[in-house]
Design a protein around this ligand. Structure first.
Ligand SMILES: [Zn+2]
Length: 237
């Protein structure tokens, strides 16, 4: 999975929670990374009176910019969908928008959500479907990584998961991910710094479990690997 990496996510912070390890490794190699976010995450708050959508959307754009600077990413695009409305969008049109970006960027690897959206969020599931559809349509030979929970995640982090309601149903953590990253040292430091840059989303989690537990909670990343037959053969040759 070297070469240009294209990540397609639903909300600012998904890219950091789920793919910092991939992104940091790519940037350390000098590979191009382009990240796409479907929405501005303008409804991602428990306090909409203090944070009306317009205001929160602007804040999350700035937070994302800071996080991407920490991850060393300088290419990012928004798709402009409404937060919480992705599942209502016309899927062919949404997939077409992503396909246009795939054609433009010509990635070697695409990364997005797995079938259960990792957390079960409907926006996550929709963006995962759109991206898979777009890749199948215009770049079927491109490797596709689909984020899932690391093996045993729900058992190992049951207390934290239950306390914060991050996970909307019981996502599967018993599938065998083709790629399982365990971040440590400087790379984990950078990931945590990028997460803390998105303070509107991470502060309550960090304050709730403490920084050391927060680091352990998000130190792993796992992906289903869909490597087309032709690409696999070329790689083996
Ligand atoms: Zn999200």
């Amino acid at each position: 999975m070297t070469g240009t990496l294209l990540g397609v996510w639903a909300h600012p912070d998904d890219e950091t929670f789920l793919s910092s390890g991939l992104v940091l490794a790519a940037r350390e190699r000098g590979d191009r990374v382009v990240l796409v976010t479907a929405t501005r995450g303008e409804h991602g708050t428990d306090d909409p009176a203090a944070w009306p959508p317009e205001r929160l959307g602007r804040l999350r754009e700035r937070e994302l910019e800071s996080a991407l600077a920490v991850l060393g990413v300088d290419e990012h695009r928004f798709l402009g969908f409404g937060d919480g409305r992705c599942a209502d969008a016309a899927e062919p049109l949404a997939a077409r928008a992503i396909a246009t970006i795939i054609e433009d960027v010509a990635p070697d690897t695409i990364v997005t959500f797995g079938p259960d959206g990792v957390t079960g969020h409907a926006d996550h599931r929709a963006v995962g479907r759109w991206t898979t559809r777009a890749r199948d349509a215009v770049a079927p030979d491109t490797e596709l990584l689909r984020a899932v929970l690391a093996p045993g995640f729900t058992r190992r982090f049951a207390a934290a998961n239950a306390a914060f309601g991050v996970f909307m149903d019981d996502p599967a953590d018993d599938v065998d991910p083709g790629l399982h990253l365990r971040l440590e040292g400087a790379r984990l430091d950078r990931k945590i710094e990028a997460m803390l840059a998105q303070d509107s989303q991470t502060r309550r989690l960090v304050e709730g479990v403490g920084l050391a537990a927060f680091r352990r909670w998000w130190a792993e990343e796992a992906f289903l690997v869909d490597r087309p037959a032709r690409a696999a053969t070329a790689g083996a040759a």
